[in-house]
Design a protein around this ligand. Structure first.
Ligand SMILES: O=C(O)CCC(=O)C(=O)O
Ligand SMILES: [Fe+2]
Length: 300
């Protein structure tokens, strides 16, 4: 019988093996003393202009009350210098996401490791009145396979991504703390998550929420009158989830815009469904054409 985990572990950042154990067992945990107040305040300030400039989402992916700052790593020097390269994050991504394989070149055995990279970094600022997201697995974007591991236990290496979410404010049930189903990273692809199975992961400022890509979770509803729920997220994937040849850097926007649409599509200048390859919440083509954010495809 599957074991039910009703609790989310809260573990100090110094207790690395306990954090690894909790994430293996539950698919998630809350890291205490992950960061400091000054770092949070600085990051909050750096993203503020972008949150203010953001427009309501037209579609199902985010409630219209949510504002986002995409490209957090490019836009916030503090998030980039403090969190992106935090040695604890690297320890966790190397354990859960790095991939090592061996193969032969002729009769010589080669072993390579592809190190995890940050695939998306974004601030979510959920405003009063926002409804909860639907429970989901973030690794849906990468078409990750999920065999049922509820009886075998978790095999490290089964996840292709993991996420770190650092709150800009204390998150509460009322203001839309992330909700999650501990243990759901073990579920097979056929099992549907039920809302009553999810519990809130309330975070204090300086905590960090960590979860595997296969964990069912969602942004909660914000039922407050005035509070905004700001969370900075860093999402890491396998390092080889990118083009082998980096044509995005090699060809100018003018050159790419002159190509036939079929050629652009074949080279990945359209989205892979769901969600992969957007830029500033536009398709690559909208971005290259400098189009305003319009009727964005709802790629939820
Ligand atoms: O805002 C949150 O708490 C979670 C957001 C999320 O899960 C997502 O957008 O994929
Ligand atoms: Fe998510």
């Amino acid at each position: 019988m599957a074991i039910q985990y009703a609790e989310i572990q809260r573990i100090d950042r110094s207790k690395v093996s306990e954090i690894l154990d909790a994430v293996t067992r539950d698919g998630c945990c809350i890291i205490k003393n992950f960061t400091d107040l000054a770092t949070i305040q600085k990051t909050n300030e750096e993203v503020q202009p972008y949150l203010e400039a953001d427009k309501p989402w037209k579609g199902d992916l985010f409630p219209p009350e949510t504002r986002r700052c995409s490209n957090l790593v490019g836009r916030s020097q503090t998030a980039r210098e403090k969190w992106l390269v935090d040695p604890l994050i690297r320890t966790l991504t190397s354990h859960f996401v790095d991939k090592t394989t061996t193969n032969y070149y002729g009769e010589t055995k080669h072993t390579y490791t592809s190190e995890a990279i940050c695939s998306i970094a974004i601030t979510f600022d959920i405003g009063p009145g926002a409804q909860a997201q639907r429970l989901h697995r973030d690794d849906k974007n990468f078409h990750a396979d999920h065999p049922d591991q509820t009886t075998t236990g978790y095999q490290v290496g089964s996840d292709v991504m993991m996420a770190f979410m650092v709150p800009g404010v204390d998150t509460t049930i009322a203001n839309g703390a992330t909700i999650a189903i501990p243990g759901s990273h073990l579920w097979g692809a056929d099992r549907a998550p039920k809302t009553h199975e999810a519990i809130p992961a309330e975070l204090d400022v300086t905590d960090c929420w960590v979860m595997l890509g296969g964990l069912y979770h969602a942004g909660g509803a914000n039922v407050t009158e005035l509070e905004r729920r700001t969370v900075h997220g860093l999402f890491f994937t396998r390092g080889y989830y990118r083009h082998e040849e980096n044509v995005y850097l090699a060809n100018s926007p003018e050159e790419v815009l002159s190509w036939r649409p079929e050629a652009r599509k074949a080279m990945g200048y359209e989205l892979s469904h769901p969600n992969i390859g957007f830029v500033e919440f536009k398709t690559p083509l909208q971005f290259l054409r400098r189009e305003e954010l319009g009727e964005f495809v709802d790629f939820a």
